[in-house]
Design a protein around this ligand. Structure first.
Ligand SMILES: [Zn+2]
Length: 158
């Protein structure tokens, strides 16, 4: 079945320098006077790792039983805090999603309607749009859920 792996969580905010007075010392330029000016720009913030507890660092898997959910929550809380600032115009939480097959770990790809109807790309006459292409176990699982006849015995190692 299709599994989704999420990674690279980010909070992205749009900052409007002119909406308020941001001293450039806020950027770490200490001892300099002046204010930020210019067009709105985006800033990407990577959240603190779940396993980084400050006094000890462990893998995310040890620190959390719901890594995706906890990263999303952490990012949304951070975003909510940031949106209270007058110079933060808008923001969003993003992540990179990778889809893969739970049986063979290959990237998840499925047949299009045209491919399913084409004998050169389909498995057999029972192939339909959305059928995975990676492995026999994935295909037969997809078919079992829809009452479609399984693949004929291929005789190969599965
Ligand atoms: Zn597969």
């Amino acid at each position: 079945m299709k599994k989704t792996f999420r990674d690279d969580w980010r909070v992205i905010i749009e900052i409007a320098p002119n909406a308020t007075h941001i001293p450039i010392s806020a950027l770490g330029f200490e001892g300099l006077d002046g204010e930020l000016a210019g067009l709105p720009f985006e800033v990407e913030i990577a959240p603190q790792r779940l396993g980084d507890l400050g006094w000890v660092s462990m893998s995310d898997r040890l620190a959390s039983r719901d890594i995706d959910g906890d990263y999303r929550k952490r990012c949304e809380e951070l975003l909510a805090e940031l949106l209270k600032k007058p110079h933060v115009k808008s923001g969003r939480v993003t992540c990179k999603e990778t889809h893969f097959c739970s049986h063979c770990d290959l990237g998840w790809e499925v047949l299009t309607a045209e491919e399913a109807a084409d004998v050169s790309t389909n498995q057999d006459e029972h192939s339909v749009e959305g059928e995975p292409v990676c492995c026999e176990a994935g295909i037969n699982e997809f078919r079992a859920e829809r009452g479609i006849p399984a693949l004929a015995e291929s005789g190969g190692a599965a």
